[in-house]
Design a protein around this ligand. Structure first.
Ligand SMILES: Nc1nc2c(ncn2[C@@H]2O[C@H](COP(=O)(O)OP(=O)(O)OP(=O)(O)O)[C@@H](O)[C@H]2O)c(=O)[nH]1
Length: 192
């Protein structure tokens, strides 16, 4: 999870490579009906069920309303997902989620998808990506921390925050960020 462009697909691809290197049986599940390309082809893909492009064209929805429609459509067709997941119930799944933050913080959609997966006996862990460059600015730092916490509280699953794009920071900025990261950890611990 994480805002648009925070590095979710890159993180998923890196984790796929890592898991394959250490011999884990792992698959990519694309949950973004608007996704265009992937480094690894997804084994399970919501676009096989519904695409944002079709919804926008046929129902005249905008991109945000269209995305909500697609995920609600998935929730109403969970037997499709159950069939798709059937073969992989003993494997690791990495789920690449859409970047619209309101899906985690405002609407119960992602929570309901998590609950469905839990009913299928999957054990879920949320990974929330925050772009390290964004949180150097005070207001963006608090906005990022709050959105990560909001996702954690609303999904009620084990939650890990990851700062992405650290390679773009210089030495001084990295040190400053470490100090701020401590604050994120403290807030997260207080709330959990
Ligand atoms: N330098 C650097 N660039 C990165 C890193 N992770 C991702 N990027 C770049 O950031 C851009 C966005 O990365 P994505 O992985 O597509 O981000 P995303 O969160 O999946 O984006 P959406 O699907 O649009 O929400 C791409 O150009 C990546 O190459 C990183 O760790 N370092």
């Amino acid at each position: 999870m994480g805002p648009a462009g925070s590095g979710k697909s890159t993180y998923c691809a890196t984790m796929m490579t890592h898991c394959q290197n250490i011999g884990r049986s792992v698959h990519l599940f694309n949950l973004d009906p608007a996704a265009e390309k992937f480094e690894y082809n997804p084994t399970i893909d919501i676009r096989d069920l519904i695409t944002l492009e079709d919804v926008m064209e046929e129902l005249q929805y905008g991109p945000n309303g269209g995305l909500i429609y697609c995920l609600e459509f998935l929730l109403n067709n969970m037997d499709w997902l159950e069939d798709e997941l059937g073969e992989y119930e003993d494997d690791y799944l990495i789920i690449d989620c859409p970047g619209q933050i309101e899906l985690y913080t405002h609407f119960p959609i992602m929570r309901r998808i998590c609950e469905c997966l839990q009913r299928m006996h999957f054990r879920i862990c949320g990974v929330y990506l925050l772009e390290s460059q964004f949180i150097q600015d005070n207001s963006k730092f608090f906005a990022g921390v709050m959105s990560a916490m909001s996702a954690m509280v609303s999904l009620e699953i084990p939650h890990i925050n990851v700062l992405s794009k650290m390679d773009l920071l210089g030495k001084f900025k990295k040190r400053e960020l470490e100090r701020r990261a401590q604050i994120i950890v403290s807030y997260t611990c207080i709330l959990s």
